[in-house]
Design a protein around this ligand. Structure first.
Ligand SMILES: Nc1ncnc2c1ncn2[C@@H]1O[C@H](COP(=O)(O)OP(=O)(O)OP(=O)(O)O)[C@@H](O)[C@H]1O
Length: 286
């Protein structure tokens, strides 16, 4: 099945509608023995190709609800590819092809009846480089609400999102100023506010702090930990200390696009099963 076909229909309507109880739930028997009891996202035998090059090989992973899952590994091992497969951002890359399952609440997001736009409302994304719209701070956050027709009590929703993204206090008096006038760290928290304003269930973050200074990075790290009280967070990071500080589960990908190990973060960093993971964690390669 290809990842780049245009999505049609609802994602599926059943999954996009919070109130619908008909969404197929994950059967306990279909969970992996990784201690994840209530997975929101499950990949099964997931292969991803760019043209003839295979970027991910047979990835099986269960991502737990309302925890932080970190994806780590050397450059080019497929971390971002995996992240983008979760909400079908890879569809935007013509040469990309996905095989296997990526399930959200038990439903394969690559099924024909899944609408990627609706999927991305449930599974939002924050990128490496802060990318606010050239609009006011207020409009950056209100934009998604208006597009989705959620325009009742917009002011309250915008303030609430800014507060949950730990930036309200800093921008309260300048909501009409351009989002582009903020510092890099503030812009990234604004982008996080924009991502959470429309109430996704899952937030994907692709190295959200790698372009920031240490103080701004520390604020983002605190925020990521706080967000996990309400959202399922999956974060790609190059920074192993960051993964160790903020995540509950860690997936270690290794060169060639394999998932070498997936476990609680303490187990991965203190007592990994495989020698290759230990070598990577201790800086012997990568
Ligand atoms: N748009 C693309 N077209 C072709 N190949 C790609 C594309 N994006 C990624 N790849 C290839 O897929 C493999 C995995 O890339 P990916 O960006 O997922 O790795 P990564 O672990 O996130 O790397 P990094 O840590 O350097 O960001 C690499 O070999 C990369 O060159």
């Amino acid at each position: 099945m290809t990842a780049n076909r245009a999505g049609t229909g609802a994602y599926s309507e059943s999954v996009a509608d919070d109130s619908d109880a008909s969404v197929s739930r994950i059967e306990p028997s279909d969970t992996l023995s990784t201690g994840v009891e209530d997975p929101v996202i499950q990949s099964r035998n997931l292969d991803v190709f760019y043209g003839d090059t295979q970027a991910l090989r047979g990835i099986d992973m269960d991502i737990p609800e309302k925890q932080v899952t970190a994806l780590i590994g050397p450059s080019g091992c497929g971390k971002s590819t995996f992240l983008r497969s979760i909400n079908r951002m890879n569809d935007l890359i013509d040469v990309c092809r996905v095989e296997g399952d990526m399930r959200f609440h038990g439903k394969n997001v690559y099924d024909d009846d899944v609408d990627p736009v609706a999927l991305r409302r449930k599974i939002g994304m924050v990128f490496q480089k802060p990318n606010p719209f050239p609009k006011s701070i207020f409009d950056n956050v209100a934009y998604g609400l208006r597009v989705q027709g959620k325009d009742e009590n917009v002011e309250e929703k915008v303030r609430s999102a800014l507060e949950r993204a730990a930036i309200l206090e800093e921008v309260e008096d300048q909501l009409d100023s351009s989002g582009l006038d903020l510092s890099g760290g503030q812009q990234q928290r604004l982008c996080i506010a924009r991502a959470i304003a429309t109430d996704p269930e899952v937030i994907l973050m692709d190295e959200p702090a790698s372009a920031l200074d240490p103080v701004a990075t520390s604020k983002i790290e605190d925020l990521v930990e706080d967000l996990a009280a309400e959202y399922t967070v999956v974060i790609v990071t190059h920074n192993m200390q960051q993964a160790a500080r903020i995540s509950d589960k860690t997936a270690v990908f290794l060169t060639g696009g394999e998932l070498a190990e997936f476990d609680t973060t303490s187990k991965i960093f203190e007592n990994p099963e495989s020698q290759r993971v230990e070598d990577y964690i201790t800086g012997k390669f990568g």
